[in-house]
Design a protein around this ligand. Sequence first.
Ligand SMILES: [Zn+2]
Length: 124
Amino acid sequence: MSRDERVLHLVRYLRQVMDHLDLPEAFIAEVDRLLAQGPEAAPALEELLARHPLTKAWMRKALWPKAIRYRPLPGEPASPPARGYCCPVAGCPAPPYIPFQAGEPIPPCPLHRAPLEPCAAPNR
Ligand SMILES: [Zn+2]
């Protein structure tokens, strides 16, 4: 997966919680417009997100090469858990983050900046 595809994957996740962040409507509309263009719009998306402090800080953490990574334990399948990664804060509206490959840095929660944890089984 190229860097552009990775940026797109992250922005699609971030877009799901943008309505909970204090962002201008025009900013979100521009994100939607660029997202619709596909991977070639990734550089423009990165540039756009760098213009707002909330999204800039999150993207920096999400793209940081030393971020927490999904690493399978010996004997475990190499694919990331299908349930994804959840925010540890109770009642957080952010959906689970589904990694696209093993070894991918897991971004923090866009709303709480908390490191995401493997989601618990649904029958808690
Ligand atoms: Zn959260």
